[in-house]
Design a protein around this ligand. Sequence first.
Ligand SMILES: [Zn+2]
Length: 220
Amino acid sequence: MPEFKTHLAAGAAVGGAAAAWGMMSHDLNLVHAVAVAVLGTTGGLLPNLDSDSGKPLSLMFQLISILLPVLLLPYAWPYIRLYIRPGSGKDIPFFLCYYTVSYLLIHYGIMPVVKRFTKHRGMMHSLPFAVVAGEAAFLLLRPSGMTTAIYGGLAVMSACLVHLILDDLASASLGNSLKMKGPHLAGTLAVYAMMVGLGIEVTVRLLPVFRPFLKKILDL
Ligand SMILES: [Zn+2]
């Protein structure tokens, strides 16, 4: 099995390549390009969230405890605003509470559930999971602009795929990680349900990008 450092380097290479491509071909600004590179690097580590122990796992949860609340803030803010004093906004006390609560929720709520219900090299090491990760990254980045969301989604999905390929190359038999189904039917169905659900949402959001091409094809 490749080491944590190998997956980290591969994820950074994929994320960096996606960021550079975005900067050169679609004028992605430096800050957004760095965000794409960071998410790509995280994508390269993501499938190993199903490991049950080890320093790399706790390091990944620390990373996710920072990145996930940041990515969820545009979606969470309209609901949070209902419960805070009218007129008060995103000030330092707000961020202090928001990140503390998020950290505790991820660390003591989500992390034990992921550890309990995932099996190493289960459905988190599969092709549909790589698609789910890419779709989720696209939707979480969508409030930051379509270009950033597309490059971020592609970076995360490609980095996950590279992780699976590296795992398979290092293992005795191919198909351990690059697979379509896991050992348990419930887990397999859950990942496919997420892939279809998020896929519909992604397709709806991407329609404005594809509309001019579709129009051209239909007008021919
Ligand atoms: Zn792995």
